[in-house]
Design a protein around this ligand. Sequence first.
Ligand code: URA
Length: 209
Amino acid sequence: MGNLYIFDHPLIQHKLTYIRDKQTGTKEFRELVDEVSLLMAYEITRDLPLQEVEVETPVTTCKSKVIAGKKLGLIPILRAGIGMVDGFLSLIPSAKVGHVGLYRDPETLQPVEYYLKLPSDIQDRVLIVIDPMLATGGSAEAAITALKKRGARQMKLMCLIAAPEGIEKVRAEHPDVDIYVAAIDQQLDEHGYIVPGLGDAGDRLFGTK
Ligand code: URA
């Protein structure tokens, strides 16, 4: 079973409160999501392997560490996932970004892939699948399945808020994928919204309704 990490850093929790607040307008919402994404990126990359190199300082040479081996790929799920990319990139600007677009078939209610554009070497990257809201888990599950089909071998799922139902689904279908969230909320309502949640993440990020 994959691990579940809840980021309880005070700055993340503080900012999340204002993200949830319905009085927070589009500009501030976007900025806050950006800031939380940067903080989550810091935490999510905590286990990146290091290697020792030699560096010449103005005083002498010494051994020091740099990030080794695997490179990162960010895979936002359209459209709300896009809102968490820039914050992550401000910390790790060299990460490549792929996109997955999914919609829910109104008859089968199953997610259908309508867009997929990935870095060519996803098999050699640690992929961070990004979706602010892990609700039913349908989109995240389908996105991870789509990435595995194209050769992805190592993935992490990063969300702002998760419902227990979504966590359960992803963990059941993809036990190899660790999940990173800022909060786990109570439940889903009858429309699939997370309660208490923050409303529609895409609409709040992009000012649509
Ligand atoms: N997607 C959202 O944007 N919000 C929810 O509460 C659930 C899914």
